[in-house]
Write a protein that binds this ligand. Structure first.
Ligand code: GLY
Length: 429
């Protein structure tokens, strides 16, 4: 079976491992924007190209003739890669362009939620001029300002965190209005964040274990926002601060979204939907959707997946998802190591000398991300370098495994957050 994986980060390294664990004895092909050796070393062939360049992806896919194409990053989904490849008769794990708007167009997402779900949103307004911004900020002085489009997790700014004064908030909103014709303003909601990802064939949902992701670059949830510095999950598949009722409420929102998005687009949503929720005193509030696996969250959950990953992906792409998806009841902790200075002034092209024992270690396990390789040595780029994942009976034990490894390695040129996960249940809102 030929599998084409799209994307070259840590999430895609986790997907590649899950593909190669499958009983289908898959032959792996990859289309990626960076030659991540974690993927290229195990692939039969790969093609380097921009993830925005759907035409190049299509040319490569037509050459390979894969049995299924599995997507990691959002940019190709938002660009319509699934529409193009399906029109050429290929099976895909990922939503169409119209469905991926649930992630790529925040104005669409909030209007869709209002019309079809009717719950789970904070107060929000799409603003098109400075007066509308001023009105909203007068009502909600701690607003969140969001660009409509994709930002790699880095364009959202919160008054009271990245924006310190009313004037700074006005200036940022006006900048987005000039650039995009508008932006989304939301009331800031306080609480603990959690990620709920589901597999779906457009008719049914199979939830994955909940994960908590740490987005801020520095310890104590300070500094700039990143794609994610680390994450953890618990053996119960819930999180210590999320009750079964919270989980059921969040899942029912996801259910309504998938059902209505499939009806609206007249196409079943086939792939992964990721809801980023804030647990508040009034229940879970949806912060945003992603039309794909989270990164690093995919690293946590795919390590626990017991169901054959390719069987699952094929069943989704064919529109009849397997009845049950099983995950091991163990806890996980994932920590990303990033170039010093990440994300604003990352030190690129620094050699990373991974100790030999770690290259072969199963627990913690290493996942390579945005790295280049030359003469057998890997070098940092401007993005996240590699992740370590530990699996254990409890998050505390998994954290200990990762921390002990990092203490003995002391990776030069790289930075990681020692305080991930903070298991005391502190607010990240
Ligand atoms: N971890 C956040 C994301 O994947 O967008």
């Amino acid at each position: 079976m030929k599998v084409l994986l799209v994307g070259g980060g840590g999430r895609e390294h986790a997907i590649a491992k899950a593909i190669l664990r499958s009983n289908y004895s898959a032959e792996l092909f990859a289309y990626l924007d960076i030659a991540n050796p974690g993927i290229t070393r195990v692939a039969s062939d790969y093609s380097l190209g921009s993830l925005n360049d759907i035409a190049s992806l299509a040319v490569y896919a037509e050459r390979i003739k894969p049995d299924i194409v599995i997507f990691g990053p959002e940019v190709c989904l938002a660009g319509g890669a699934v529409d193009v490849l399906e029109s050429k008769g290929m099976r895909c794990l990922g939503p169409t362009r119209a469905q991926a708007r649930i992630e790529s167009d925040k104005s669409f997402m909030r209007n869709f939620m209002k019309r079809y779900v009717g719950r789970g949103s904070p107060r929000w307004r799409v603003v098109r001029d400075a007066n509308e911004v001023r009105e909203f900020l007068a009502l909600y002085p701690n607003a969140v300002i969001k660009p409509f489009g994709l930002t790699g997790g880095k364009g959202v700014k919160v008054l009271g965190r990245q924006l310190h004064t009313h004037e700074e908030a006005m200036a940022y909103a006006n900048e987005l209005i000039s650039r995009d014709g508008g932006c989304l303003l939301e009331e800031r909601v306080l609480g603990e964040e959690f990620s709920l990802m589901v597999f779906t064939d457009g008719k049914r949902l199979c939830p994955m274990p909940l994960v908590q992701d740490y987005k801020y670059a520095h310890e104590g949830d300070t500094g700039p926002m990143t794609g994610g510095m680390g994450s953890y999950s618990d053996s119960s598949h819930l999180l210590p601060f999320v009750t079964q009722k919270d989980f059921d409420n969040a899942l029912s929102i996801m259910n309504d979204v998938i059902r209505n998005l499939s009806q609206l687009t007249k196409t079943p949503y086939r792939g992964v939907l990721y809801g980023q929720f804030m647990k508040t005193e009034h229940g879970p509030i949806l912060i945003e959707f992603n039309a794909r696996f989270g990164d690093p969250e995919a690293i946590n959950v795919l390590a626990l997946l017991e169901t054959d990953f390719l069987e699952l992906c094929l069943s989704i792409a064919e529109g009849e998802m397997v009845d049950r998806v099983h995950f091991r009841h163990q806890a996980t902790v994932c920590k990303y190591l990033v170039p010093k200075g990440y994300p604003d002034q990352p030190m690129a092209n620094i050699p990373v000398l991974v100790p030999e024992f770690l290259l072969h270690s199963l627990n913690p396990e290493i996942y390579l991300a945005s790295v280049n390789e030359s003469n057998g040595i890997i070098f940092t780029t401007k993005s996240r370098t590699l992740a370590l994942l530990a699996v254990a009976a409890t998050p505390w034990e998994a954290k200990r495994i990762v921390d002990e490894t990092l203490n003995s390695w002391n990776p030069e040129g790289l930075y990681y957050r020692r305080d991930i996960p903070r298991l005391g249940g502190m607010s990240q809102g």
